[in-house]
Write a protein that binds this ligand. Structure first.
Ligand code: ADP
Ligand code: MG
Length: 476
């Protein structure tokens, strides 16, 4: 190749570089510009001379600088997208191919071929941003959001769904059928909802979690297309807490109605009752008739119920005092001596120390233990043992326990205990435990019931000790 041809070729390259909208530049090892093609002016607002001996990295956006620097020092061709600060102060996106210049296996510098890709990158960045925004919204939405196939298999589920189904990873749900989390009894209903496209109306469902926890939910299905397939968008709202609150409200309402009713009835009944009882006793004195005996015992029962109702309905204002729970328990057990003997029940009492004081009302507290001991004896129709104990804990609580080895209570019944009129006994009133609960609560205490069918029942009551620093009991 002669010089003339060489010159000609050089001229071609030169004019290409001159008029191209691509920017060419050479850099020393530390990033300083050593050559800049004229495109720098229309592209960046800088004349080539202005850029000479300035450092490329100083023009990059702070968030992109590290990425750019790292790439400049690799020994291979690399293409990088980064933001370059123009002379006017705004940034443009450049797509730059870096070509290292090595001598004896050491980088001496590099050249750059840069193109303005602001238009494309901005849309892409915006799309990414939007996608991220939607992703955040969907993932952290308070309801479970997902996509299921027409046959009910999960394709997608958000983070909230993991919590609802009690799993650690989404993979534990994706691919599975929603029927895996439905109680068999609800299969038909769920299937109908899906197959009959019952998406117009949301429906309620109980989620069967693999850890045994139940969740009450409302499900809404919206037909949608996902990757060309007919699918459902599924929205699940967790109603468990709401249901619980409703239940409590319902219970409270029931309680207040009971209270009002009780007040009315008790007042109306009490006076005639006293009269009837008095006359029956008189009659019995004159004529010792068996029927009168029965009548008297039934009248006593009515009297019991009426006084229970009165405790419930009209919590009389009362004076509190320092009560020795140990002594009170001993006295109460004494009351039951003959009744226990009659039913072949042995009551063992184990009371640790004498300093078992709480602040409260002795009569009401006695009522608690009377009700509980009565229940314990009634739970052992063929006789048995009752252990009564009281201790003071280091955290200043008085703990009393009443343990019987009677018939026990099925687990599913335990939540019902303490509801008014919940009784399994033919002659029961179902008010005993409710009154206990009420009195214990008013003394700042708590009651726990543990029970196993055919093994027995343990009733644990905790009271704050006298002067334990806790707020004194509010007695209504
Ligand atoms: P009642 O004794 O009038 O039935 P309670 O409120 O005292 O009403 O008790 C409610 C129910 O709780 C009882 O009917 C019984 O089924 C159950 N129960 C309470 N205590 C015991 C116990 N110690 N052992 C077994 N069941 C019990
Ligand atoms: Mg009872």
């Amino acid at each position: 190749m002669n010089n003339g041809t060489l010159l000609q070729e050089l001229e071609i390259y030169r004019s290409f570089i001159q008029y191209s909208d691509t920017l060419f530049s050479f850099h020393s090892i530390n990033g300083d510009f050593t050559y800049v093609s004229p495109t720098s002016f229309p592209l960046l607002g800088y004349e080539p001379e202005e850029l000479l001996n300035t450092c490329l990295f100083d023009f990059s956006h702070p968030d992109d600088r590290k990425k750019l620097e790292n790439i400049c020092f690799t020994k291979s061709y690399e293409t990088v997208n980064y933001r370059f600060c123009k002379k006017e102060g705004d940034y443009i996106w450049l797509e730059t191919t870096l070509i290292p210049y090595c001598h004896e296996n050491e980088i001496k510098g590099f050249s750059c071929i840069s193109r303005d890709v602001t238009a494309q990158t901005a849309t892409k960045a915006q799309l990414e941003e939007n996608k991220e925004m939607y992703r955040l919204l969907v993932e952290n939405f308070q309801d479970t959001v997902g996509i299921i196939t027409k046959r009910g298999h999960w394709i997608y589920i958000n983070n909230t769904g993991k919590k609802l189904f009690g799993v650690t990873r989404k993979e534990e749900i994706i691919g599975k059928s929603i029927f895996d989390f439905v109680y068999p009894a609800a299969y038909k209903e769920t299937e109908n909802q899906i197959l009959l496209n019952g998406f117009k109306e949301p429906f309620e469902l109980t989620v069967a979690r693999h850890d045994g926890l139940k969740k009450y939910v409302q499900v809404k299905l919206i037909p949608t297309k996902y990757k060309e397939r007919d699918t459902f968008q599924i929205l699940i709202r967790d109603l468990t807490e709401q249901k619980k609150t409703e239940e409590i409200m319902h219970r409270t309402e029931k309680l207040s109605v009971v209270g009002q009713l009780a007040a009315g009835i008790a007042h109306e009944i009490r006076n005639p009752l006293t009269a009837i009882k008095g006359f029956t006793q008189l009659l019995k004195k004159e004529d010792n008739n068996d029927y009168l005996e029965v009548m008297l015992s039934e009248l006593e029962r009515i009297e019991d119920i009426v006084s229970d109702l009165l405790i419930l309905a009209k919590p009389q204002p009362s004076k509190t005092e320092k009560v020795d729970i140990g002594l009170l328990l001993k006295e109460t057990v004494d009351l039951f001596k003959s009744e226990a003997l009659l039913h072949n029940v042995e009551i063992m009492i184990d009371i640790e120390i004498s300093d078992l004081f709480i602040e409260g009302e002795a009569n009401k507290l006695k009522q608690v233990y009377i009700n509980l001991l009565k229940n314990a004896i009634e739970a052992m129709p063929d006789g048995g043992k009752i252990q009564v104990s009281a201790i003071k804990t280091r955290s200043d609580q008085i703990v009393t326990k009443i343990i019987d080895n009677g018939i026990g209570i099925p687990e599913e019944r335990i939540p019902n205990l303490g509801e008014p009129f919940y009784s399994t006994k033919e002659k029961g009133t179902g008010l005993g435990l409710m009154i206990c609960n009420r009195i214990i609560k008013n003394h700042g205490g708590t009651m726990k019931i543990k029970s196993k069918v055919d093994i027995g029942t343990t009733i644990i009551i905790l009271f704050p000790a006298f002067n334990s620093g806790k707020s004194p009991a509010i007695i209504k």
